[in-house]
Design a protein around this ligand. Sequence first.
Ligand code: ATP
Length: 375
Amino acid sequence: MSTPLEQAVHEALATVIDPELRRPITELGMVESVQISDGGRVRLVVLLTIAGCPLRGTITADAQAALSAVPGVTGVDVDLKVMTQAQRDALKEQLRGSGGQRGIPFNAPGSLTRVYAVASGKGGVGKSSVTVNLACALAAQGLRVGIVDADVYGFSVPALMGITRAPTRVDDMILPPVAYGVKVISIGMFVTGNQPVAWRGPMLHRALEQFLTDVYFGDLDALFLDLPPGTGDIAISVAQLLPKAQILVVTTPQAAAADVAERAGAIATQTGQTVAGVVENMSYLEMPDGGRMELFGSGGGAVLAERLSATVGEDVPLLGQIPLEVLLREGGDAGVPLVLGRPETPAALALAGIAGKLASVPRGLKGMPLGLQPR
Ligand SMILES: Nc1ncnc2c1ncn2[C@@H]1O[C@H](COP(=O)(O)OP(=O)(O)OP(=O)(O)O)[C@@H](O)[C@H]1O
C-alpha cells in the first residue's frame, strides 16, 4: 500500500513528458527509482535513452518542477543514469510495436494518419512557409503533427521552425526534434554547415525511405511532406513509399505558375494518389487604404483547382488564398511561424482557415483496406 504522498509523487511524475517521445517518462521505463525520505525529500533516478541526451536538462527541470509542486515534498534530487542495451531494446519494441517488423508506419493497415505531400510547380511560391504554418496551426489545435522536409536541395523547414538541434539517435531509431509541438525531420539535419546536397534519384529515395522508417514519429494525426518544387524524383518516391499521401498544391495567382503547378498536381493521376486541394499564396497585398494590390495577377488558384478537378476526375477544392505579408517572411526568418507569432494578421487567419478545413476531414480511412473477408 502506498502512502498518499507516494501516490501524489507518482501522479506528479506521470505528468513529466519526454520532450522527444512526447509520452510520460513513467510509461517509457525512464523512472528507475523514487525514494521519499521521512522528511519529504524525494530522490528520483531517471534513465536516459542515451548518454549525453541533449534534453537531459529539460527532463531534470521538468521533473524537479513537477515534484516540487507536490504538497509535502520538501526537496527534490534528480539523478540521471543511462539505459542498458536491454532497456533500450525494450523501449524501442514498446514504441515500434512487437514483432520487430520494420516498415513505414503510415502504411500500416490501421494507420489513421493523414499524409499531405505539399507540392508546387515552381520554387519560391511559399510551399515551405505554408507547410510549417499549417502544421503549427494544427498542432496548436491539439493535433499530433509531424513534418518531413523532403526538399533535399532547398531544405528550409528547420530554420522556419527555429530548430538548430540535431535529432537524437537511439541505436537505429531517430528521434526528431520538436518545435511548437511539431516533430520535424529534415535532410538539413544530416548535413554539416550549409553544404549543398547533390544526390541522385536512388539516394534520394533511400534517404526518404530511411526518414519514414527509422524516424520515430509515434501516432500522428497529420504528417506533412515538404517536397522539392516540380515533379521530380522525390514526388515519384513519395507516391511509391506513401501511396496514401494526398497532394496539396501551392501556387501563386499567376497564370504561368498555375500551369506549372498543374503538372505537380496531375502526377496524382499517374500515381493513384488524391489531391487534397489547392492553396493560393501571395494572392494580394493589402494597401494602407484597405485596397488590394494584385501583384501576381489573380485567379490562378481557382483556375488550377478547376483544371485539376477535371484532370483527376474528383472535386479539388481551392482551400484558401493567403495574402502577401511582410510579417510572414519576418516570422520565417526568426523561426516563429506567423500563425503562432502574429495570429491576428489576415495571412495567419487565411492559413488557420486552411488548417481548419484540413482538420475537419475525419482521420483518413481513405485507401485503407476494409478488412473484409470473402465468405
Ligand atoms: N504570403 C507571403 N507573404 C510574404 N512573403 C512570403 C509569403 N509566402 C512566402 N513568402 C516568402 O517567400 C520566400 C519563399 O518562400 P518559401 O521558402 O516558403 O517558398 P518555397 O516554395 O518553399 O521555396 P522552395 O521550394 O524554392 O524552397 C520566403 O522568403 C518567404 O518568407
